[in-house]
Design a protein around this ligand. Structure first.
Ligand SMILES: Nc1nc2c(ncn2[C@@H]2O[C@H](COP(=O)(O)OP(=O)(O)OP(=O)(O)O)[C@@H](O)[C@H]2O)c(=O)[nH]1
Ligand SMILES: [Mg+2]
Length: 417
């Protein structure tokens, strides 16, 4: 950071209250990475070990007074709590500390707001922010005004984040309607894809695992891949080919994180659910992160929460080129796991081979006569399948081929008509 930027950057003390001090420390380190992504600076991190969070002040009130002294001593702009706070907690803490009080949810919403590029992404973020505001309005007046500008208030609808409940609710219904329309468009695109019978693979994983880097390596997609959290928000789909020439689609989308805010999950449901309509899941795990086990758990928990279960998973243990990489990591939920480096390309051929095998496993042998009027079907069989024999008979092309299950399904549908 340049000196000028350092002077402008907001400085915070991070606070976590938990009965598990070790987990809280890991979570605070991640919160600090989130703050860095939002161009803020961490001055200090404080963990208070307590069996329960205080309903009035999140931390114990004695602790709150200690933190007030720390805020003054270090010249902090505010504090960021590692959990979503209730309106009462924000109000009370803000009264005691007399500084900005932000929670993990507000910080994540801020980052999403800064990284949303498309119209759809921006609308989804604004909706999530407004829903958060609406549920935190009660008596928040003074605490909200203390926020002023900066972290916790940024967003595509910055000027529209009014504090008037009626205006907020009106805007929420407009945005919800816009999102419904966009969902419809997305559905049509998906339907077209499934009619084309191209197998689709959704790339999922913890944020910063290397999903976009891998998509870029495999397809030259040119998606922004950077060492920051939530670099990618909008889904990108690209065609890729196996050695044997079988085409399939890769979709890269928003990453997961521990304690993903509910309002975001709600607003980003259709984006997050891209994986729901994929045939396979490619799980990218950062094997160089010491918290890889926790990341893996969060990914599977989030998939389950979104109702995405029972799909074949291939796991790519990424960043294997790094000195910190753990080459012995396991993913027992995956069908296959391959060590790769999306950055150097190491192991990527093995990954493609594993994908090819999985696609083959899901092929069916068809032996059919396709009417001459159905020329597009024949070209699909050539494109996505492996033709064993083909001859021209009186009423059409008689073809015997191994094809992806979705193409085989087209024939079953026809037969049942
Ligand atoms: N050493 C090493 N770094 C990698 C590798 N793959 C990705 N990275 C780095 O990891 C960081 C994150 O990569 P991205 O591809 O943006 O990760 P992502 O999973 O798409 O992250 P989000 O979109 O932010 O959720 C970047 O700085 C990459 O250069 C790898 O194989 N080895
Ligand atoms: Mg990405």
């Amino acid at each position: 950071m340049t000196e000028n930027k350092l002077q402008q950057a907001e400085k915070y003390i991070l606070v976590a209250v938990s009965d598990n001090a070790d987990e809280a420390k890991v979570s605070l380190e991640e919160l600090s990475r989130l703050l860095e992504t939002a161009n803020g600076i961490t001055l200090d991190m404080v963990v208070q070990k307590l069996p329960n969070r205080d309903p009035g002040t999140y931390m114990g009130s004695g602790k709150a007074h200690e933190i007030k002294e720390l805020v003054e001593a270090l010249g902090a702009d505010g504090i960021i709590c590692d959990d979503e706070l209730s309106p009462a907690q924000i109000r009370n803490l803000s009264d005691i500390l007399e500084c900005k009080v932000i929670d993990r949810t507000m910080l994540i919403l801020d980052i999403f707001a800064a990284h949303a590029n498309t119209g759809e992404g921006k609308i989804q973020v604004e909706l999530a922010q407004l829903k958060y505001r609406a549920s935190h309005l009660a008596g928040l007046g003074k605490a909200l005004s203390r926020l002023g500008g900066g972290i916790g208030t940024r967003g595509p609808g910055e000027s529209k984040l009014e504090s008037d409940r009626r205006a907020i609710n009106r805007r929420i219904s407009t945005l919800s309607r816009d999102i419904k329309d966009m969902e419809r468009v997305r559905k049509t695109t998906r339907k077209k894809r499934s009619e084309n019978a191209v197998p689709t693979i959704a790339i999922v994983g913890y944020t910063n695992a290397g999903k976009s880097t891998l998509l870029n390596r495999l397809t030259g997609a040119g998606v922004l891949a950077e060492n920051m959290l939530f670099a990618t928000l909008d889904p990108t789909t690209r065609v890729c080919k196996t050695e044997g020439g079988q085409e399939f689609l890769f979709t890269d989308t928003v990453g997961f994180i521990n304690k993903l805010p509910h309002n975001l999950v709600d607003a980003f449901k259709s984006t997050l659910e891209e994986a729901k309509y994929a045939d396979y899941i490619l799980h990218v795990l950062d094997a160089s992160d010491k918290d890889a086990e926790m990341h893996k758990k969060v990914v599977y928990d989030t998939l389950a929460e979104l109702g995405i279960t029972g799909k074949p998973v291939i796991t790519a243990m990424n960043k294997i080129d790094s000195a910190e990489a753990d080459r012995s990591l396991k993913d027992l939920a995956a069908r296959v796991a391959v060590n790769i480096s999306a950055a150097t390309g190491e192991g990527v051929d093995k990954l493609l081979y594993a994908i090819e095998k999985l696609l083959e496993e899901n092929r069916r042998l068809i032996d059919v006569v396709v009417p001459y009027s159905d020329g597009s079907l024949i070209s699909q069989i050539h494109r996505y399948g492996q033709v064993v024999s083909e001859e021209y008979v009186e009423n059409g092309t008689k073809v015997k081929a191994y094809v992806p299950v979705n193409i085989a399904g087209l024939f079953l549908e026809k037969q049942s008509l």
